[in-house]
Design a protein around this ligand. Structure first.
Ligand SMILES: *Cc1c(COP(=O)(O)O)cnc(C)c1O
Length: 222
């Protein structure tokens, strides 16, 4: 199966669901990203700021670049001129810095609140209480150049379907709660980014709106 075949098959699978595809392109050379682009992919996910910044000028300008890995504040400046969505928002400090550099570029940058839903300790993300603390901080209301568009989570690396479903449900529950309480009048707050190559079917069944798929398209990363 070619990259194009895989993308067409995934898009066909997602048609009629709430979910769209974000192609995870980390570690892959720009030639393969161009192949994905030519097959219709427009959302690309990278997890390293420098790698994303190096690839961006080599692809067409209508690519939506999503950062899906942890972001240190000293790297925000590198991405601010072009990044579409930062899926890994985990602090008010990070939001503040994104806002500052987005403003300097006359842009609004989208962000997803990343939640810790896995049982593994090493996976990062907020608790619901931490997210609510951010959203109720007076400073949050002042940030005009960063727009929260939903939530993101990485499930446990397991084949236990009950476990995965429970984690996806938990993230969906966080989304519903935040939508209801803080974003009821913000139509842009609508994304639940969950599901990867190994678990996207379950994530879609549990209401994902954005699946992040890499190895099911490109093969395993060497
Ligand atoms: C690498 C990565 C993915 C894609 O993983 P695959 O198993 O290759 O589909 C999705 N989300 C995040 C946060 C990642 O780091």
């Amino acid at each position: 199966m070619s990259i194009a075949d895989n993308i067409h098959r995934l898009n066909a699978e997602l048609a009629g669901t709430a979910a769209r595809l974000c192609v995870v392109t980390k570690t892959h050379p720009v030639e393969l990203l161009q192949e994905a682009y030519d097959a219709g992919a427009r959302c690309f996910g990278e997890n390293r700021p420098q790698e994303m910044a190096a690839k961006q000028p080599q692809l067409p300008p209508d690519v939506e670049w999503h950062l899906i890995g942890q972001l240190q504040t000293n790297k925000v400046k590198l991405l601010a001129p072009f990044v579409h969505t930062i899926q890994s928002i985990d602090s008010l400090k990070l939001l503040r810095v994104i806002n500052k550099y987005a403003a300097a570029n006359n842009r609004v940058i989208n962000g997803l609140l990343q939640f810790h839903i896995a049982q593994e300790e090493n996976k990062s993300g907020l608790t619901l209480a931490e997210a609510e603390e951010m959203l109720t901080a007076p400073e949050f209301a002042q940030l005009q150049n960063v727009r929260l568009t939903g939530v993101m989570g990485v499930a446990t690396f397991t084949s236990d379907e009950a476990q995965l479903r429970q984690e996806f449900r938990m993230l969906h529950g966080y989304f519903d709660h935040l939508k209801d309480r803080y974003f009821a009048h913000a139509p842009a707050f609508r994304d639940i980014s969950m599901g990867m190559s190994g678990d996207y079917k379950l994530a879609v069944a549990e209401g994902s709106t954005l699946v992040r798929v890499g190895s099911a398209i490109f093969g395993s990363r060497g």
